[in-house]
Design a protein around this ligand. Sequence first.
Ligand code: FA5
Length: 351
Amino acid sequence: MTSQNLARTIEQAREAALEELRGLTGEEGLEEWRVRYLGRRGRLTAALRSLGTLAQEERRVVGAQANQAKALLEESLAQARRRVRESRIAGLAQEERIDVTRPGRPVAMGRFHPLTRILREICDAFESMGFQVVEGPEVEWDRYNFEMLNIPRDHPARDMWNTLWIDQEDDEGRQSMLLRTHTSPMQARTMERVKPPVRVIVPGKCYRYEATDATHEWHFYQVEGLAVDEGITLANLKGTLYEFARRLFGAERKVRFRCDYFPFVEPGVEMAIDCFACEGAGCRICREAGWIEILGAGMVHPKVLEGVGYDPAVHTGFAFGMGPERIAMLKYGIEDIRLFYSNDLRFLRQF
Ligand code: FA5
């Protein structure tokens, strides 16, 4: 190649490169451009390599021209890279701009389910009187749910608890496993494990084969209480439950105890409070009775104590069981128990 031709080739490559560079806006395009003109096989590099074919004087002149062109393209590339980077940053800033004067988005606040609230209130009241919270299995043996509670097989008292049985037979081919119908099995389980004194409170889910209506669910909570020690009397039971009723329903509450029957207590009682809505005068909440029943209770039956190896001549105790759904219904004025389990936010947001 003559020196004139080579000088023209360099000139053309330089012009074409600068022209092309002006139209490039992305980093990838710039890299391709660099390879095409300044890379090992690039147009300008090829021209520089041909310098060796020229006479010395010509090589000096054209070589200087080629080096200038190379320096110019390198400088232009650096500038183009700066330009592309700056415009990318400007674009990002535009996209992510925060308008600090705009009102914030509302934060969705969670809250406790009304049953969680009432369970905590009940447990807190007893914990402050020295009771310990324990929990037990919802799938239970017949032995704990009935037998150890003085309700032998085929005893008519079993009809008080409509039972959901699990397919599990004992050696005699009789069903032996069930969904617990109350939290009372934890009385026997607790006493089997520890020696007196015992003071426990047991919140937990129970299941019964029952049709649902405004006051009945087939699954519901209970809170069981048990206190066993030397010299515990019915007076202790009354005092403890009276204090509980006052904490939950107000300091001016009165309580009423009447006889009731549960096979695992003797004597057995039901406890009612005077209606906190009408102060006992009679209203819709207490169904004109002036009193509202809130739980079953009694002195632990000697047979139950014997069954777990306690000596009823030395140790006595009281037990009680209540339904927190019904207590929450009274306290918050809820008319249908099914609302607790319907997951309706319009209901839940009121608590
Ligand atoms: C019992 O289950 C006894 N274990 C309570 C007890 C414990 C007595 C310790 C003595 C000593 P009862 O079946 O009455 O008793 O149930 C107790 C409470 O559970 C009821 O007062 C009620 O509030 C709640 N309850 C019972 N069945 C249902 C149901 N289907 N739906 C909602 N709550 C229920």
